[in-house]
Write a protein that binds this ligand. Structure first.
Ligand SMILES: [Zn+2]
Length: 72
């Protein structure tokens, strides 16, 4: 099978960094940071997505725009 360029780019999450109540993973392609927060209990877990200082409000994972690869 030949490698094809897909328009829908997936995030390339880096190593998960663990904190007492959260985890952080940064995408090496677009610099987006996925923050997994935990407040205890089965319902006390959710993901947040950040780009720099700005939180991205969304219901699903935002698309990866691979901005770092475009400029590379
Ligand atoms: Zn990404």
């Amino acid at each position: 099978m030949k490698a094809s360029r897909k328009s829908s780019t997936r995030h390339k999450w880096g190593e998960k960094v663990r904190f007492p109540l959260k985890t952080e993973q940064q995408c090496s392609r677009c610099d987006m940071v996925k923050v997994g927060r935990r407040e205890g209990g089965p319902a006390g877990y959710w993901d947040e997505f950040w780009r720099g200082e700005e939180r991205i409000h969304c219901t699903a994972t935002p698309a990866c725009d691979a901005r770092r690869e475009v400029t590379a």
